[in-house]
Design a protein around this ligand. Structure first.
Ligand SMILES: [Cu+2]
Length: 261
């Protein structure tokens, strides 16, 4: 009886922690001023609520696409422990070699993460687009991932007060009615200390922010605040099982919004 009550109590607590996991491919800026190795943090986290950090396994893939060319970056991954507000967890430091002008679509295919509270695996295939010298080259093309969000607005140049639209794809085809969780990166990582910082916003009282895509897998969200916004299409990927358990193969994209000055 006691364990049963405990389980019920735990289950009641779950929605607060079980929602809005987000894989981060974080760089301080999306616009890269100086050519060179740009530091990036790969962190599996809850950055809106500045919450729990999850342990990452060795990523299956880490690469960038620049001028249509895929470049493996997995030799740049370095295990590191990320310090959140409440715990520390296994994450990765990396660098992205940005030299010529153009877009750099950086992709992480993380190892499936076992979420005990839901008894399932989560794999958030995550992309972010960096740019140098405002030359657009790759952002509007699909990478060809099992599942991904194709941005319909230039993702590093979104004006606060305007909207961002994306199309959810699975094996290149639209995912009608896809469910998308929206996350504001209220706490941005400090890449030097590899730790969280003071959050600049609080999560919404109604829980995770959710948008449903239309018949063509297209969704639109109004952007109210500058910074990084994440969109995660839940379970949009073709793989639904891992090690005999359910797998939620999600597509994540991070975009950068700026105030008009
Ligand atoms: Cu989580």
């Amino acid at each position: 009886m006691k364990t049963c009550l405990l389980a019920t109590a735990l289950a009641a607590l779950l929605p607060a922690t079980a929602v809005a996991h987000f894989q981060l491919n974080y760089t301080e800026d999306a616009m890269i001023d100086r050519p060179g190795d740009v530091p990036m943090g790969l962190i599996f986290w809850h950055p809106f609520e500045n919450g729990h950090v999850m342990d990452m396994g060795v990523p299956q893939e880490f690469f960038m696409v620049h001028n249509g060319e895929k470049v493996d970056l997995s030799d740049r991954l370095e295990p590191a422990s990320f310090t959140g507000a409440a715990n520390e967890a296994a994450a990765y430091r990396a660098t992205v070699p940005v030299k010529r002008s153009g877009d750099y679509v950086v992709v992480t295919v993380p190892a499936p993460y076992y979420e005990e509270s839901e008894d399932l695996f989560i794999q958030q295939i995550t992309k972010v687009v960096l740019n140098r010298n405002t030359l657009p080259t790759d952002w509007d093309q699909p990478v060809g991932l099992p599942t991904e969000i194709l941005p319909l607005n230039k993702p590093y140049n979104v004006i606060v007060g305007s909207t961002f639209s994306g199309q959810v794809l699975a094996e290149g085809e639209p995912v009608p009615g896809a469910e998308i969780e929206v996350e504001y990166m209220a706490a941005e990582p400090d890449l030097e200390a590899f730790a969280t910082t003071k959050p600049t916003a609080q999560p919404m009282p109604g829980g995770s922010v959710v948008v449903i895509a239309d018949q063509n897998g297209v969704f639109t969200f109004g952007i109210p605040k500058a910074g990084y916004w994440g969109f995660a299409a839940l379970g949009s990927g073709p793989v639904t099982e891992h090690e005999g358990k359910d797998l939620s193969q999600d597509a994540v994209i991070w975009i950068r919004a700026e105030d008009m000055k």
